[in-house]
Design a protein around this ligand. Structure first.
Ligand SMILES: NC(=O)c1ccc[n+]([C@@H]2O[C@H](COP(=O)([O-])OP(=O)(O)OC[C@H]3O[C@@H](n4cnc5c(N)ncnc54)[C@H](OP(=O)(O)O)[C@@H]3O)[C@@H](O)[C@H]2O)c1
Length: 242
């Protein structure tokens, strides 16, 4: 794992983001942990006093992001790595079409990501170094019947991150997109998942390649399976039980 001195993890109060923040701190990074739930962030910070620094912020308040980003960089005394892990996937009924819910999904998964990562991109391109990590999902590879807005939000995030990567590659800035499959976290606590990954295992895999530009699946099985699934015609894909 490459050593990052100063990191910001957005969405660090639970699940994957929390595991990434902890593992970064264990490896010696100073980590600013961003999310809304103060109690969770304070509990996390107490596990590594002085190494993990809590910053309470709601990513849907995009107008507050420039200030929050500046605060985070000041708290860490610099920035080498930003991880955007904040995300929501509320349950959606099979016949439900709820625009307000869909907009909330986009506000966190896409608009918040753009607000935070634009700040990081600008800072890193000026500095000529830095690593940007976005947490996408295998769910963004196809439009499935179960979660239309969540799938679309992850597809949008993947495309945005690819564009950042293409803009920043000549500036010495890496942009990595990770596409986890199912993980056992609060997001999926209401689902009965088969073959779900523990967030600690996913975090270790992500940190191993956090500095490597490109799109990364977390297992060879997913890489191969999604190479096929991505290319299936819709007429075939819609018959699959996914
Ligand atoms: N679990 C899976 O199976 C799975 C699979 C593939 C990809 N992913 C992706 O992995 C990432 C992490 O998800 P997880 O599974 O670890 O879920 P999680 O445990 O529910 O964590 C979600 C994180 O996002 C933060 N967040 C949500 N809304 C926010 C807001 N408005 N402002 C600031 N932070 C906000 C939460 O913090 P607060 O609530 O404290 O604000 C929390 O820290 C997400 O992007 C998710 O889409 C998950």
């Amino acid at each position: 794992m490459k050593r990052f001195e100063k990191a910001v993890v957005v969405g660090a109060s639970s699940g994957l983001g929390r595991a990434i923040a902890l593992q970064l701190a264990q490896a010696g990074s100073t980590v600013v942990a961003v999310a809304r739930r103060e109690d969770r962030l304070r509990e996390l910070a107490e596990t590594r006093p002085g190494r993990i620094l809590p910053l309470m912020h709601d990513v849907t308040r995009t107008e507050e992001v420039p200030r929050a980003f500046e605060d985070a960089c000041r708290m860490a005394a610099g920035l080498d790595l930003i991880v955007y892990s904040a995300g929501v996937m509320p349950p959606v009924g099979p016949t439900e079409f709820d625009t307000a819910k869909d907009l909330r999904i986009f506000a966190v998964n896409v608009l918040g990501a753009m607000a935070w990562l634009n700040q990081a991109a600008e800072r890193f391109q000026q500095a000529g170094h830095g690593a940007i990590v976005g947490i996408g999902s295998v769910a963004g590879d196809r439009g499935r019947r179960g979660q239309p807005a969540y799938n679309a939000s992850k597809a949008a995030l993947h495309a945005y991150l690819e564009a950042l990567r293409n803009r920043l590659h000549a500036r010495g800035v890496s942009v990595a997109t990770f596409k986890p499959g199912p993980m056992r976290t609060e997001m999926t606590a209401h689902l009965s998942l088969r073959n779900a990954m523990d967030p600690e295992v996913a975090a270790a895999k992500i940190l191993e390649k956090a500095h490597v530009s490109g799109e990364h699946y977390l297992s060879l099985g997913h890489r191969l399976a999604f190479a096929v699934l991505r290319n299936l015609p819709s007429s075939v894909f819609r018959r699959l039980p996914v």
